[in-house]
Write a protein that binds this ligand. Structure first.
Ligand code: FAD
Length: 502
């Protein structure tokens, strides 16, 4: 690999991935680099990807975005979690609420206390998962349509609300473009028709646009979405296919008129084949059906989606085909793939924009200013693989633990062999109530507990620490927590009022 200084960075693609990467690079390393972004108005952006997870709040802060302006410009709303309807069984629902549940204890998590309390209440080993979320501030605020940013429950050391955003993807890309250009990023409009490689190293040397303009660079960031024109079409990097675990390969998306009350959470509703998202924005509601073309035709999907939206459609439904999986190497030669060009797990837990954020952050940390080292590339790729596999397992969990059985699609998901790491987690939780995550895992123990309990994998045992409390002490603990949470939510303004206040 060549060891020449890296000074000229070319970002190819101006969707969420391109402009997020451009903004972070410019903010942190802009003084030492020339950053160019090429995008094609003729091709456009994928235009979906409107739900996020809490770390985006830090990303926006890091690149210097004002939250109020961002929410206003992108027609954004607050997201406190994802409600899963009919995922376990028809008629059942639960939430993956962000933030904590109950109270933090050393040695064992809150759900062990909740579980023993449930058993004592019911006088049996039967656990009814419905009340676990009585102890989630995020859940209670979400379901009551309340929001105000609070870091703590007043007069306690219990954490406040953890939140993310829903936003209009097109408006976010435009907003970031303005921001990145103000930080010195040079934008070139045009469609790339030719890509030249160095004969010896295979590195990308330059790109040629339709009008004949040539763009040279030292490092290229492939943000060309599902087209992946550098990392795959040019470098043939290869793809690890996850479709045997994550079988959906199509989405059909349509916005519709907004509802009066704007709920501060995403809704994911399982259907006979696949599931439907509902993302409330200030000016419209985003909807989409994610399905498997093996089990449902595009026409059936369109009918099902249009039958299940809140209001008048505002555009024609748009079909997007994808293959779940990830690029074998996120960094190959002098190309780093960020965004959909690096892979796609499907949108169930809204992890893809987050993966843009972590890849761009990793790029800054690993920035090869004196030239590319193989060791650095390998470590970058190792970290991104580990991160992706943790997220992949968490998404598979939802499918594997379904108890629907009303179609071959869901029955196949129940039967499928899943990664061993996931089987171990499911079984350990069932037998002991314990779940352990690595410090760098995106989804914490509390996220896993909610999905496992919500999907019916309720533990058979609890931690012995719980038995050190008497029944009266346990009752008091649960009652006090519930009261604190209810009182706090009662005093919050509605989510609509919060948005108006901006
Ligand atoms: P794109 O938006 O497709 O941008 C590609 C860019 O490359 C464009 O600017 C295009 O013009 C340019 N380009 C391509 N070819 C050329 C060429 N030859 N010359 C010049 N320019 C070129 N993520 C989440 O986090 N949350 C979600 O809720 C979520 N929902 C999703 C739902 C669906 C159905 C899908 C498919 C994805 C979803 N995602 C979600 C993922 C999210 O949409 C993407 O991660 C995000 O939009 C980034 O896309 P991108 O920038 O990689 O690609």
């Amino acid at each position: 690999m060549p060891k020449s200084k890296i000074k000229n960075v070319v970002i190819v693609g101006g969707g969420t991935a391109g402009w997020m990467t451009a903004s972070l690079l410019a903010k942190v390393l802009g003084k030492t680099l020339n950053i160019t972004l090429v995008e094609s108005d003729d091709i456009g952006i994928v235009g979906v990807g409107e739900a996020t997870i809490p770390p985006i709040v830090n990303f926006n802060r890091a690149i210097g975005i004002d939250e109020k302006e961002f929410i206003n410009v992108t027609k954004g709303t607050i997201k406190l979690g994802i409600e899963f309807n009919h995922w376990h069984k028809d008629g059942e629902r639960y939430m993956h609420a962000f933030g904590s549940i109950g109270k933090k204890f050393p040695f064992c998590d809150f759900h062990h206390f909740w579980q023993k309390h449930q058993q004592l209440q019911n006088g049996s080993d039967h656990i009814d998962g419905s009340s676990f979320w009585d102890y989630s501030l995020n859940y209670q605020a979400a379901k009551q349509g309340k929001f105000v940013p609070i870091s703590h429950i007043p007069k306690t050391n219990l954490p406040g609300l953890a939140y993310a955003y829903h936003f209009d993807a097109g408006l976010y890309a435009k907003f970031l473009r303005k921001h990145a250009e103000s930080l010195g990023v040079k934008r070139i409009e045009g469609t790339i028709t030719d890509i030249a490689q160095d004969h010896q190293s295979g590195d990308i040397k330059n790109l040629t646009l339709e009008d004949g303009t040539t763009i040279t660079g030292d490092l290229f960031i492939d943000c060309t979405g599902l087209a992946a024109i550098l990392i795959e079409k040019t470098l043939s990097t290869g793809y690890d296919d996850y479709s045997h675990w994550l079988p959906c390969n199509r989405a059909i998306a349509v916005p519709c008129e907004k509802t009066d009350t704007i709920e501060p959470y995403t809704r994911s509703t399982a259907h006979k084949v696949g599931w439907q998202w509902r993302i409330p924005l200030q000016h419209r509601t985003g909807n989409g059906l994610v399905y498997s073309s093996k089990h449902m035709s595009d026409e059936e999907a369109k009918t099902l989606l249009l039958k299940n939206i809140d209001g008048k459609p505002l555009a024609d439904p748009k079909i997007i085909s994808f293959q779940t999986g990830r690029r074998r190497k996120q960094w190959n030669k002098n190309v780093i793939a960020i965004g959909l060009s690096s892979g796609f797990f499907e949108p169930l837990e809204a992890t893809n924009i987050h993966l843009i954020q972590t890849a761009a952050t990793r790029l800054v940390k690993f920035f090869p200013h004196h030239g590319i080292n193989l060791e650095e590339v390998n470590e970058f790729n190792r970290q991104s693989k580990t991160e992706s596999e943790g997220i992949r397992d968490f998404i598979i969990l939802h499918y594997k633990l379904n108890n629907r059985g009303d179609s071959e699609f869901w029955r196949a998901c129940q039967r499928m062999d899943v990664p061993k790491s996931l089987i171990n987690k499911i079984q350990l939780f069932k037998k002991t109530g314990k779940v352990f995550c690595h410090p760098n895992d995106l989804f914490t123990e509390i996220a896993w507990q909610q999905v496992m309990i919500g999907q019916g994998n309720v533990p058979e045992d609890h931690h012995p620490l719980v038995d050190t409390l008497s029944k009266a002490q346990l009752d008091d603990l649960m009652k006090d927590l519930k009261t604190l949470i209810n009182r706090t939510v009662e005093k919050m303004p509605s989510h609509n009022e919060f948005l108006h206040s901006l």
